[in-house]
Design a protein around this ligand. Sequence first.
Ligand code: CDP
Ligand code: MG
Length: 771
Amino acid sequence: DASTKVNLGKGNGVISPVRDPTSDLAQAAKKGSLVVRERRAVKERKDKDSDSLATQRTQSDTTENNHQDFEEEEVQDGTDEKKLTPQEQRLTLPAYQHRSSLLKIINENQVSIIIGQTGSGKTTQLPQIIYESLQESHSSNPTSIKMIGITQPRRVAATSIAKRVAEETSTTLGSLVGYAVRFEDETSKDTKIKYMTDGILLREMAQDPDLSKYSHIIMDEAHERSLNTDILLGLLRLLLSKGRPDLKLIITSATMDQGKFTRFFGDAPVYIIPGRTFPVTVKYADYCCDDYVESAVKEVMKVHLANDVEAGDILVFMTGQEDIETCCQLIQEKIDLLNRDVNDDEYRVKPLDILPIYSSLPPEQQALIFKPRRYGHRKCIIATNIAETSLTVDGITYVIDCGFAKLKVYNASIGLESLAITPISAANAKQRAGRAGRTAPGTCIKLYTESAEESEMYQATIPEIQRTNLSNTLLLLKSLGIDDILTFPFLDPPPRQSIITSLYELWSLGALDNFGGLTKLGRKMTSFPLTPPLSKLLLLSSQRGCSEEMVIIVSMLSLPSPYLRPTQRQKEADLAREKFQVPESDHLSLLNVYQTWLSKKRSVQWCRLNFLNHRTLIKAEEIKVQLEQIMNSARLSLNSIGSDWSVLRECIAASFYHQSATLSPSSRSTYLHNLTGLELKLHPTSSLYDMASMPKFIVYHELLLTTKQFVSGVTAVNGEWLVKYGQVYFDEKRKDTGVLNGNKERLEKEIERDSVLYEERKANEEIERKL
Ligand code: CDP
Ligand code: MG
């Protein structure tokens, strides 16, 4: 079994997300993403740097402009079955048809595992079936019905499916059926069916460890093995046996490898929802492609030109927003080219509705993928792996699979977390192909070879818990009183090294004491739905009298970039952006954008003129209000520092010194990571990019790993701040020698030195005293 043949990296216990880093596929992942970036980079403004890459976090509105108006023209073509209302449609789903068997197994067992193909109605129907039976059994006292909670690993799935189920139950969203995702709560006291991300339920457990408001918890998409799902499974196992013997747990999965879940819950029964699928013809590539975006575009065109639109719609799997936008753009260009000078409709390319879907796409545009196909048109959905199992669109018969996905990777030995394009697993590949055969026989075109799938892919994706920074999770577990992490019931345990590195990070932030216990600071940190460093940033800013400004910065950091960069008007957009840039800090630039927007009375018109995403700013304000509420209830003061923004930079340095770097003595644009010595380049969108004289020390918010390491969300800081707050990492004597601290051995030596421990604690104790 290849999934157990884990690559152990350089003997440090870190699990590599790539089965074989030397394989063609792994190389293609790197190369492929590089090709895309380079092609995009030609259009980049500041690409004097030959390694320049496309704007990763810069949300452009190209897709908004690119795709045609999707008016309400919903004439169905003759081959489709007659249009059913959502209420009628649900009656045809396998999960609904097998409702009595499903109810039986749920009612008779505390834990049940339900397997069903994607689209069989697990997510939309199970909660409704349970609710309907509760209505019957509680008919004399309907108010005593508790909530049914359904967790999703993805935000988009939670929100869009809640909307769908509200439609199916003919209720308004937020009444009977609601959802909650981070910073967004669409529920009310009437809500009985609550969709939420797994992260939300985890935070609810911190408030109410018994989950007393719920009678049923459905852990949906358990096969995804997201970090939060894995942690919840452990916590729920503890809860079921102790506090809540009456709570029902239902685990659903789209794949058949339920053995692990069954064993974990002491031989829990499994029910497989019968369903039918159609055969899918798989076509492999003869050789590894050079640029998967180009290849995908070619295949889309081939399918579209060679087959009647009635033959079905196309679903393309890409890795992320950037690839998806490029793909949409290139397909549109190809069609426009073919149609140029062709006036006779008969000879024009048949209309293709190009529909992107990824998590940061605005909800109105996400909803378009579910609209029925327009007469004479074909839909071409270009998606991230969100379309693999979470969202099902009917009518797809062609799948084009690039073979890659963007995956979070964590190198625990140096404590670096990043997003990287990696080969998918054979299990993902199978799921993706299966999407072509839901409603009719289909075809899956794979942009990789058969031997790559057999020998270069893992059988199953490495669970997130084994490739992520755990500091957030460990802090939460500590706050739940789970002190000995090593005895926690993990479905798959995280590598020891990541536990140690994460505990160390928490300790150095002042969240844990020298004995691993939660400090007052640590406890306060858990009040925020933020990563520990961001929570600390808010706590500290409150003491330093700049929390009003910091709350804005943190809200803006929690969202995609507010700067728009439409393809046709990049120069103008860049000029507009420069107006807001505070030379020494991207954080402060964000603050500047927000404050200027407020002073312009939140004008939509002004946003348009300045290439700012109005929706993002509105959202930032909502998040700000929520964070302020949390600050208030935690009795943390809100105060404005006015124009002395250097205090803000000091607070940022104090919370992010573990992500700091020093200008390389031998280069005027390369930085060296202070803890690892890793070479870092500034992202071209940074305010600091290409400054006449580069600051010596920076801290960064995000690291993007391609062939080079790029940092974004950068702020210039003083070396003294890093030394003051990051004692344990940095040595006073070295503060002017360039790299503050070069390697891990050195770091370990530092940890052993008690005096340093003491100094480090002193800075954090000062913060604690004032809490
Ligand atoms: O969870 P599972 O994959 O088993 O299926 P589901 O998400 O409950 O979807 C059941 C059906 O509802 C599918 O045929 C979807 O296409 C349909 N659906 C829809 O038409 N619109 C939505 N927004 C969500 C689901
Ligand atoms: Mg589902």
